[in-house]
Design a protein around this ligand. Structure first.
Ligand SMILES: NC(=O)c1ccc[n+]([C@@H]2O[C@H](COP(=O)([O-])OP(=O)(O)OC[C@H]3O[C@@H](n4cnc5c(N)ncnc54)[C@H](O)[C@@H]3O)[C@@H](O)[C@H]2O)c1
Ligand SMILES: [Zn+2]
Length: 431
């Protein structure tokens, strides 16, 4: 046919995009019973972390379930920034106390990701490592549909309620990795902005920077047509920037510009909290299909090799670099590096993120300077030096980034080991 004669099928022509249905708004959490009942579930497991548990949100969800004749149990052992051990503990609880006909995740990305892993293993069988991305795990694909999972975010950050992946720390290998498959995408995301009113400012700031990086990295990701053509079987969750993801990323950046500083400095501002929740979900709909690149790749070793940095505002009082801090610390320098490969996208993103910024002399500085202003205003540590790393650590950090080839391949300018070392060196102090 004439139409197909014109298309070069050695190049990629196809992008994919997916997201779960959403229920968004104040009070939405009280409709979870109705929603779960639509799936015919009569006994479900609610997964959360101890802090959210003590705020009474899981009990409120259980009450809503009871109204529809659904019994539930609460597992409140989800670890903040989950590990293989913490996920296996959640799976063991679910196995021991099952069977379950559905799952509800309530919390930040840590609880939602743990619930995704539990649903996967309980429904599809096997062990965690069977499903973890190669080369660390066997990257087994689930054989069929998973049980219904309703995701209820309480942070404005990860967008995990709309993505098809979960992230974990494999303790024995000191490496952060994930499981990604479209079947992991929650059945429904119930987003009730009022749940985020209790977030401490430090968590608001870190989770908010995660949104910013999701939107910026996926908006500046390699365009989907620039990848080698894949077969239907080879298609992966992340296909590069594309016209649909772009819309969500652009809108997310505008929402951030409106509300991020207020949400951090006046956490009781309901409008700012609502706008941040929307921004997180929008960015999830963007990056969850397009992918992220260097800042997220660098975040893996920054978080994985933590020494003794204990962040304020996180209740665990254990050394950790929260995901949102880890992704933002090298972002200004990473976007200086990637600028030349897609200048118009970097400039557009900077204009959306900082609409009132006086443009710096060099165009390549526009996005880094918008980011740095924001990071200073919301109280993000000043560079990887502020979370305990020195020049001497760079040779150890670089291999951790280079292992994230899946993410680095999404950068419009492919970085070498020297490039990554240079980005770390210039990110020891950001301002
Ligand atoms: N699956 C994905 O698509 C995806 C994307 C990005 C990040 N992640 C992962 O998500 C995790 C980070 O998640 P996060 O940033 O949402 O935070 P989190 O789940 O780790 O929670 C951070 C802290 O905030 C507390 N908290 C959460 N909601 C609260 C509330 N409403 N009031 C008071 N305290 C509250 C928690 O108890 C915890 O102490 C990391 O493991 C990261 O790798 C996943
Ligand atoms: Zn992230």
């Amino acid at each position: 046919m004439a139409e197909t004669d014109d298309v070069d099928l050695s190049e990629e022509t196809i992008f994919t995009w997916g997201a779960p249905p959403l229920k968004f708004g104040a009070g939405a959490v009280d409709e979870i019973g109705f929603e779960m009942a639509q799936h015919g579930a009569t006994r479900v497991l609610i997964l959360t972390d101890p802090t959210i548990g003590s705020l009474g949100i899981p009990a409120r969800i259980a009450e809503s379930l009871t109204r529809y004749g659904i019994t539930s149990e609460v597992y409140d052992g989800c670890h903040v920034e989950p590990t293989d051990d913490s996920m296996n503990a959640a799976v063991a609880f679910a196995r021991e106390h099952g069977p379950w006909e559905g799952f509800i995740a309530v919390g930040g990305g840590s609880s939602i990701d743990t619930a995704k892993a539990v649903d996967l293993i309980i429904t599809d069988g096997g062990e965690l490592m069977d499903y973890v991305n190669q080369p660390i795990g066997a990257a087994r694909a689930p054989r069929g549909r998973l049980k219904p999972l309703i995701a209820v975010p309480t942070t404005a950050g990860t967008g995990s309620e709309s993505t098809a992946m979960c992230v974990l720390d494999v303790l024995s290998m000191k490496v952060k990795t994930g499981i990604s498959h479209w079947r992991l995408r929650p059945t429904l995301a119930v987003i009730d902005p009022l749940l985020s009113l209790t977030l401490p400012p430090e968590v608001t700031a870190a989770a908010g920077m995660d949104i910013v990086c999701h939107a910026l990295e996926s908006y500046t990701a390699r365009y989907y047509t620039s990848f080698d053509r894949r077969t239907a079987e080879q298609r992966v969750t992340y296909c590069g920037s594309n016209p649909v993801s772009d819309l969500w990323c652009e809108k997310s950046l505008s929402l951030i510009a409106q509300s991020f500083r207020t949400a951090v400095h006046d956490g009781s501002d309901v409008e700012a909290r609502s706008t941040m929740m929307l921004a997180a979900t929008f960015a999830g709909m963007g990056f969850g299909n397009a992918g992220v690149h260097i800042p997220h790749a660098n975040a893996y070793p920054i978080a994985g090799m933590v020494k003794d940095y204990v962040p304020a505002g996180y209740p665990e009082h254990e050394p950790m670099v929260p995901h949102g801090q880890a992704v933002s610390l090298t972002a200004p320098e990473a976007f200086r590096f990637s600028f030349a490969s897609a200048p118009e996208r970097h400039l557009r993103a900077a204009a959306l993120l900082a609409p009132n910024q006086d443009p710096p002399n060099h165009q390549s500085e526009q996005l880094p300077s918008a980011l740095i202003d924001l990071m200073r205003d919301v109280g993000i540590p000043n560079g990887i030096g502020a979370v305990g790393y020195t020049e001497d650590d760079i040779s150890d950090l670089v291999p951790g980034t280079m292992k994230q080839q899946r993410l680095l391949a999404t950068c419009p300018r492919t970085p070498s080991e020297e490039d990554i070392a240079d980005i770390f060196a210039k990110s020891i102090q950001n301002w």
